[in-house]
Structure formats: structure tokens, C-alpha cells
Design a protein around this ligand. Sequence first.
Ligand code: HEC
Length: 191
Amino acid sequence: LRTDWKTVLVLLALAPAACRQDMHDQPKYLPLQKSAFFDDGRASRPLIDGTVARGHLEDTAPSHTGKVGDTYLRRVPYAITRPLLERGRERYDIFCSPCHDRTGYGGGMIVLRGFRRPPSFHQDRLREVADGFLFEVVSKGFGVMPSYAVQVPAADRWAIVAYVRALQLSQHATLDDVPDEERARLESEKP
Ligand code: HEC
């Protein structure tokens, strides 16, 4: 019982020290409080146009879904420029090559270690699908392949799609795919 009294005394001695109110009384507004600072008298400010709450972006734009209605976009909805392709290559090498390998045949390191082997990009079916379909595969995942929507923003997913097309061309192009002026140059360089 005596020790109990000691504890109580110690606690009583400490109690006043806990009574500083600085953190409680800091100058701040509570939600929906009145304000003398803003002209409209409201402490809570109106949302800026286009504000999206975290985790609530439900964008239905084709550049976000890869589709118009139920139809896949045939082509990447951006101009295919060298910087776009370079960005696509960089993102592809980071996010896709571990499984699809850097050439797209499907022999990436994870596959060599036992993960299901993805189909090669170098086959007619995947050469013929719409760009919007490839975008959807990356955005939503496909079979055992996970979705990359969280790690890779939509614009980068399109850059990756454009780069997958470049990979496909790298393994499957004819002289007809080459612009006229370049074709003449290629032909003159023939061994
Ligand atoms: C963890 C391994 C892995 C990664 C990383 C990965 N994929 Fe895949 N991908 C697969 C597998 C496995 C399949 C086949 C899925 C199945 O059949 O269940 C596949 C299928 C595909 C297909 C074919 C869909 C079809 O119609 O057959 C495409 C296109 C594709 N992936 C693109 C990509 C792109 C682009 C990336 C990078 C953003 C990527 N994948 C990242 C494993 C992966």
C-alpha cells in the first residue's frame, strides 16, 4: 500500500507538467469554421475545378481506357516521336522485359526462373491486335500477368505500346514498310 501512495504522489507531481496547451491551442481552423480572413467568411476553401480525390480517378477518356465505347483504339492517341519511343523503351525494359525479355520473345529472367512463359509478341495475332488492346492488357493485366496501372501512368503505358510496335517491326518488316527516300538508300547499300 505504501508504494501505491508513492506512485500517486509522483503522478500528482507530474500532472501540472502535462497541462501545457500549446499544441491544442495552435492557431488553426476546424472544418466549416467561420473565418475573418477570407472574403466569403468560410474557412473551408472551395475545391479548385478538376480536383480529384485520391483514389477516385475514374477517367473514361479513350486515352485512359484504350477504347471508344466497346471499340479499341486502332492507334496510340499520341504522335509517335523519337522521345516517345525512347521513353517507351526505357519503361518497357524496366517493367516488361523481366518476363517478355528485351526483344519480346518471352524469355525474360523471371520466365527462366520458372514463371509462366508469355506469348511472343512476334506472331500475327499480336501484330494485328489494336493498340488499344495492348494498352488494356498493360492497364488491367491479362491471365497471370498483373496490371501495371499503378506503377505506370497512362501516358507511359502508351509509350510502352508504341515501343512494343517498334519491337515487332524490328523482327518483321519488309522493304515496303520503309519510306521511299530511305528505301532508295537501303537499296543502293545492298551488298
Ligand atoms: C511478371 C511477368 C510479366 C510482366 C512483368 C509482364 N508480362 Fe505481359 N504477360 C505475361 C504472361 C505470363 C502473359 C500470358 C498470360 C497468360 O497467358 O495467362 C503475358 C501476356 C502479355 C500480352 C499478350 C496478351 C495476349 O493477347 O496474348 C501482352 C501484349 C503483354 N503481356 C504485354 C506486356 C507489357 C507491355 C508489359 C510491361 C508493361 C508486360 N506484359 C509485363 C507476363 C508478364
